[in-house]
Design a protein around this ligand. Structure first.
Ligand SMILES: C[S@@+](CC[C@H](N)C(=O)[O-])C[C@H]1O[C@@H](n2cnc3c(N)ncnc32)[C@H](O)[C@@H]1O
Length: 326
């Protein structure tokens, strides 16, 4: 805890303060807001709607915060002020929702004590490894990839869309328990699958044991981008878990690591992704724009009500020749 609020505002351009209840007489971050105004930091106060019986209240707060926070240009220069978590009640729920939003958007969180306006605790943004480790510890197969026909068919379509029969060196971003990785490994001399979650990496490693050319590593994308160049990069259902800035960097890294004959395959759910800043449509829109700037063109599009699948490449010559016998 620090007695002063001005030090938290060093290097901050935007301050967003969340108030847990409309009739909370102790918005309490008044000192922080005053200091922000003095320093010329743009400041907004969001007041959460109260209401017993609203089961989705917490998720809605996460959603609204994520959208607001990602409207500021630089998460590194944004601060989210939220009520200190007392373990119960609306302030606890608002504080919990804010922690999730801060972790997902990469902004710093400062918790103010609603009973003591001068006390603040600052925490750094949560890592994707913590968030997704929790997801994989809670459920062995969080997305039902082994059980759902929808998932099995989508995987088959993803692999069928690969323009070449064989790839030399492939990279899969966000492999989870490795169902798609195992299918990709059949088509690649070498495959590196990466995921932020340690448990996911272990599960994926088990599946890849039968494929000597395939390996899996715990890495947070884009910060821990692997060395080397790849003739195949696969991003399936993982792009919307990045902040907009992380997505931009990831797309730059993909373009920077792609060989001249390289191919990118991306596949994402088209419905709203609650509580995350991006959704599948936005991820693919950003890809189309970012890759066009890097002379990586769209080679194929498969669109269904539930998901979108794109194949991109630097060279349309990678598509199979309809006349060739093999
Ligand atoms: C829905 S799963 C996708 C699994 C697989 N690609 C598929 O299509 O079946 C998304 C995975 O992305 C991983 N992930 C999310 N953000 C990540 C990041 N920044 N770096 C690495 N992995 C991440 C999660 O841990 C999760 O396992």
């Amino acid at each position: 805890m620090t007695p002063s609020s001005a030090s938290e505002l060093h290097g901050v351009d935007h301050l967003l303060v969340l108030c847990a209840l409309p009739d909370d007489e102790r918005v309490a971050a008044a000192g922080l807001i005053r200091a922000a105004r003095r320093l010329g930091v743009s400041t907004e106060v969001l007041v959460a709607d109260g209401g017993p019986g609203r089961d989705d209240r917490e998720e809605t707060i996460v959603d609204v915060l994520c959208r607001r926070l990602t409207s500021y240009p630089d998460p590194g220069r944004t601060l989210l002020g939220v009520p200190w978590r007392h373990g119960t009640g609306d302030r606890e729920a608002a504080g919990r929702a804010a922690s999730v939003a801060a972790a997902r958007t990469g902004v710093r969180l400062v918790q103010y004590d609603a009973r003591d306006p001068e006390s603040f605790v600052v925490s750094e943004p949560g890592e994707a490894s913590e968030v997704f480790e929790g997801v994989h510890v809670d459920a062995e197969d969080p997305w039902g990839v082994d059980e759902r026909w929808y998932e099995e068919r989508k995987r088959a379509l993803t692999v069928a869309a690969l323009p070449r029969r064989r790839f030399q060196n492939a990279l899969e971003l966000g492999c989870s328990v490795g169902a798609l990785s195992a299918d990709l490994a059949e088509r690649c001399e070498r495959l590196l699958a990466v995921d932020a979650s340690e448990s996911a990496v272990q599960a994926c490693g088990q599946r890849l044991r039968a494929h000597p050319g395939a390996s899996v590593e715990q890495r947070v994308i884009p910060a821990q981008w692997p060395e080397g160049s790849f003739d195949l990069v696969v991003m399936s259902e993982s792009g919307y878990f990045l902040t907009p800035l992380q997505l931009e960097t990831t797309l730059e890294r993909i373009a920077g690591s792609l060989t001249a004959d390289g191919v990118v395959v991306a596949c994402h759910w088209r419905h709203p992704i609650r509580g995350w800043p991006l959704d599948g449509e936005l991820v693919h829109e950003r890809m189309l724009e970012a890759f066009a700037d890097q002379s990586i063109e769209m080679l194929a599009l498969h669109l269904e009500p539930d998901f979108v699948l794109h194949v991109f490449g630097r060279d349309a010559g990678v598509l199979p020749d309809p006349q060739a016998l093999r």
